[in-house]
Design a protein around this ligand. Structure first.
Ligand code: PXP
Length: 246
């Protein structure tokens, strides 16, 4: 069974659109991402993912601490591999961290982490997390060199970036992008890495993506949060879980 990690950043984006300046203005500060996470768990989400961005544009530190105290599944913290993020993760003790690149101008994470370019920092962060019993996942493009290096640096997990595939879904480039993911998953598994995937996964492309070999967990945000506006989060999670196992 493939696990579902629900990324709840967009719930916080909506809250911040109104309450960024006022913080706790009194009365309802809505929507609350922690309440959403608890409802999603009840509907079958296997874990909750948040990205505590350096610019704090959506998820705030307080959200992360509240999640740590309240959720019953697993907390996956997406972060950059800076010393400050590493210190924060070691205090928080999430179940896993996912190292992502962070470009302040981007709307959401655009590309995979260049493990080769940030080798020393990634290695230091992976070592610190391994010592603390926190699994590290590296969010990388399905590139053979990045996969190989991820294994060499001692990361137990990778998350294959499915964005290029999602963008190519309705074009002739889709087959090539799918083949890259399939080969990447096989290579990573062969190196002993746990294979996750995420970015741009939706209720349509899941039909093909779920056939990737060796998949452990999919991290999905935008599509499920969007559907939840119409159906509620419980139905949105249940429907994705159904399609993941169909
Ligand atoms: N995985 C990672 C590492 C991400 O940064 C994100 C959000 O950009 C996701 C998965 C979820 O992507 P989406 O919101 O497109 O489902």
């Amino acid at each position: 069974m493939i696990l579902l990690g629900l990324n709840i950043d967009h719930c916080a984006t909506l809250r911040q659109a109104r309450y960024r300046a006022s913080g706790r203005a009194g009365g309802a500060v809505e929507p609350d991402p922690v309440t959403l996470a608890l409802l999603a768990e009840q509907a079958g989400a296997d874990g909750i993912t948040v990205h505590l961005r350096e610019d704090r544009r959506h998820i705030q530190e307080r959200d992360v601490w509240r999640l740590r105290e309240s959720i019953a599944t697993r907390l996956n913290l997406e972060m950059t591999c800076t010393p400050a993020s590493t210190r924060f993760a070691l205090k928080l003790k999430p179940d896993s961290v996912c190292l992502v690149p962070e470009n302040r101008a981007e709307i959401t994470t655009e590309g995979g982490l260049d493990v080769a370019a940030h080798r020393r920092r990634v290695q230091a962060c992976v070592a610190a997390m391994n010592a603390a019993g926190i699994a590290t996942s590296l969010f990388i493009d399905p590139d053979p060199a990045q996969i190989q290096l991820s294994a060499e640096l001692g990361a137990p997990w990778i998350e294959l970036h499915t964005g290029a595939y999602a963008n190519a879904y309705f074009s002739p480039r889709r087959a090539r992008q799918f083949a890259r993911l399939r080969d990447g998953a096989a290579r990573a598994h062969g190196l002993g890495l746990v294979v996750n995937a995420g970015h741009g996964i939706n209720y349509v492309n899941i039909a093909e993506l779920r056939t990737l070999p060796h998949l452990h967990e999919l991290n999905i945000g935008h599509s499920i949060i969007s559907r939840a506006l119409f159906t509620g989060i419980g139905e949105a999670v249940r429907e994705m879980k159904t399609r993941m196992s169909a």
